[in-house]
Design a protein. Sequence first.
Length: 455
Amino acid sequence: MGGEPGATIRADTTAVFPRTLDLDYPVVESGEGVWLTTAGGRRILDACSGGAMVACLGYGVRELVQAAADQAERIAYYYNHHFTSEPQERLADRLLEVAAPEMARVRFVSGGSEANETALQLARLYHVERGDTQRWRVISPAQAYHGATMGTLALSGRRAVQSPYEPYLASHLHIPPATWRFDPSGEAALGELDRCLEEAAPETVAAFFCEPVSAAALPGYSPPERFWRGLDERRREHGFLVCFDEVVTGIGRVGSWLAADQIPIQPDIVAIGKGLGAGYAPLGAVLCRQGVYDALDQGSREFDLGHTWDGAPLPTAVGLAVLDLLVARHLVTRVGERGPALREELDAALDGFEIVREVRGRGFLLGVELGDPRDGDSFLPVELDAASLVDDTALEYGLLVTSTHPQADGFAGDQTLLAPAFVSTDGELAEMIERFVATIDDVERTVKTSLAGSA
């Protein structure tokens, strides 16, 4: 897939296997704070923490670079099945002490997909160890994204994401999201959950797997309280586990250490990632309650599956430094205090745009949902690909945002996610909003022109 033999690779192209083969990817040379600098010297204001909601502490944080260098000089890697290390043990203790005192144990992995895959394996093993070997089915919201492995792809109900891999995927069950468009109260989603339980037979269901606050697939969305309370009732009645995918929301993104702290249900298993390594090392983790751990402890006393870099010294040393900085600088508190006003400021700035249907979110995880300006509610025509139009236009204004175009799934339309780094100043947050407003202004005019031409 590279260039011709002997060809010179230009500074604005790539020889790797890209995500989109016909896109000319810019080259980023450096970053400082919340600013990226390309090979051509252009500065881009990052409003989504590296594009994947990872770089929560921004770029060029010397303490994190030093933590990695210091650990690499001692020892960077060995296989976690043979040894443990001081940084791994310290990070596990610190994580439970600071972020999740209600949890009992931690297992470290290399990132979000692996964390969700491990959470899925742990949920299954919990039931097997207790003699409930028939429990394997999972129920989850259809409009979601949990990762790129075959196990995690099966957790989503989005055919557009799963195709062409469906032959490899487990046949889990899915419920539609309880959004303003389909189910604002959450009652319909609970009805679908009951239908899925009946279809699968409750005694075969291992877990309900979901994002407490959604990210890429439905930015900034969380089900209504009625749904959470109904889910808790059904967990107690039927004996399945509740697993939270907090790969994005964990480690402070929504203004608390876990989004679970803001939801009226306590999960049995939580997967975290992204912000734990803050973009300085690939790192994720799975946390579980005492009852889940006890099933293994009192059973086989083994959790054999794992990955090469699970709990390695270098990434866990970086994770420990990330956690220490978040605590020392009170950044989770800042996100919690600043987040509501940020959402209000974004909402006010976008008021009056006919293509903006909803602004939602918590903390520094905000979603902007677009709609057809002709009626305010319908999805925009698929062929417009307004999501790409937003991203491309934002880059023209020197702003990095992440948009999604999931109309093919049938549950949501074009949306944009804003997830600034926790260290963003008030001035930088204001500039992000200003540039985004200019972006939406341009996009709205383009969309209206296109719709008028197709009428």
